[in-house]
Design a protein around this ligand. Sequence first.
Ligand SMILES: Cc1cc2nc3c(=O)[nH]c(=O)nc-3n(C[C@H](O)[C@H](O)[C@H](O)COP(=O)(O)OP(=O)(O)OC[C@H]3O[C@@H](n4cnc5c(N)ncnc54)[C@H](O)[C@@H]3O)c2cc1C
Length: 427
Amino acid sequence: MWDFSTDPEFQQKLDWMDAFIRDEVEPLELVWGGKVHQGLKGDLRPIIEPLKDKVKEQGLWACHLGAELGGQGYGQLKLALMNELIGRSHLASFVFGCQAPDTGNAEIIAMFGTEDQKKRYLEPLLDGRCFSAFSMTEQTGGADPRTFKCAAFPDGDGWIIRGEKYFTSNADIADFLIVMAVTDPDADPRRRMSMFLVPTDTPGIEILRNVATMGERSGQGHHAHIRYNDVKVGGDALLGERGGAFAVSQARLGGGRIHHAMRTVAAVNLAFDMMCERALSREVYGGRPLASKQLVQATIADCHIQIQQFRLMILHTAWLIDQSSTKDARTQIAMCKVAAARVFHDVVYKAMHLHGALGVSSDTPLARLWQQAPLMGIMDGPTEVHQSSIARRLLADHEPSPTEWPTQYLPHRREAARAKYAGPAPT
Ligand SMILES: Cc1cc2nc3c(=O)[nH]c(=O)nc-3n(C[C@H](O)[C@H](O)[C@H](O)COP(=O)(O)OP(=O)(O)OC[C@H]3O[C@@H](n4cnc5c(N)ncnc54)[C@H](O)[C@@H]3O)c2cc1C
């Protein structure tokens, strides 16, 4: 059965979220700006906590997890509709308890953690009482984990972690890190690494720098370059089985990628709404609005088509995950990841361009969005890597032609059709 409607009861929740984000959350971000990131641990907390309570009262807190994993259990399709609103504001995901990278981290602890690990790390994470970071990428090459050098060596009942990680987002506010380290260098490449849960106050963890991305001041970014100086952890720090980091990271990145794509719908809708408002408001030669120009109309139509294709692909992927699993929907998730970077780039650029000088100033949200555009095709794996994995899986469902001619070669097909129906050849 195909159905594109939202059930009225859930629509009421979405309407509440829409108004709440617009009236309570977005203004906060305007006042606190760049302090939002660190503020949750400091002076912003007394303002954030009552907002979180309101979200919890509505049963909308931490909706990314299924009920069996400790979440609300709405499923991914409803989460997609929620994220279309949450993605309008960076702060909103914190207020709704579904901020990256904590969502993905919570998922893997829920999936792979022991009961003790869940009590120690997952419960406070879901309650919004702590933050986490995912420490995987190394300077040697993030897209290819086979190049990773950071290693963990057995030490009595526990492990000693030694090496460096690059671009560990949010490590500066995290209470614990999930670290991927080589434990079995001679094993099959997919079984070489293990995942560890490491509290950030463990001796030996050294944040060398907080790397800034475009638009942030050097040294004041949130992506840590970390050195693990013989960091000693117990045997109970191992998340999942020894050598199982690859499977854990795939599970994590799958969920993280689709959630990010869902939030991207909100960002491109914002840029699109701004584009339409500008087209209707700005008058050019002879007092006619930009919207009357056919080239502008084509831009608006094309952007809408692109957004709508993207949104439907996400909703379909979310539905697929609800029907089976993140693993079964990995091709569709990769498609959403690739599309997200493109739609985001194209729509934000066109919205910015239509705003002229104002568009390239820092006086509208478009400047912040534009700074994110190049990041979108790199974080959670570069576009090309996802294109390759999509193509490999698609090609696995196809066969080479059994002859030197394509199976669709029309002269051969016509000949076969004539033989089947034994009719006279057309003159
Ligand atoms: C905003 C942001 C946040 C991030 N947060 C985290 C985090 O919290 N934790 C973490 O561990 N990492 C994080 N990362 C790192 C991210 O996962 C890596 O940057 C990403 O995997 C790419 O790795 P790399 O930067 O080493 O690029 P490389 O692997 O060097 O790739 C560079 C370029 O080479 C090309 N390329 C690479 N591989 C292929 C291929 N197979 N086929 C064709 N072309 C290819 C692509 O054009 C690619 O963009 C973050 C990155 C960003 C930008």
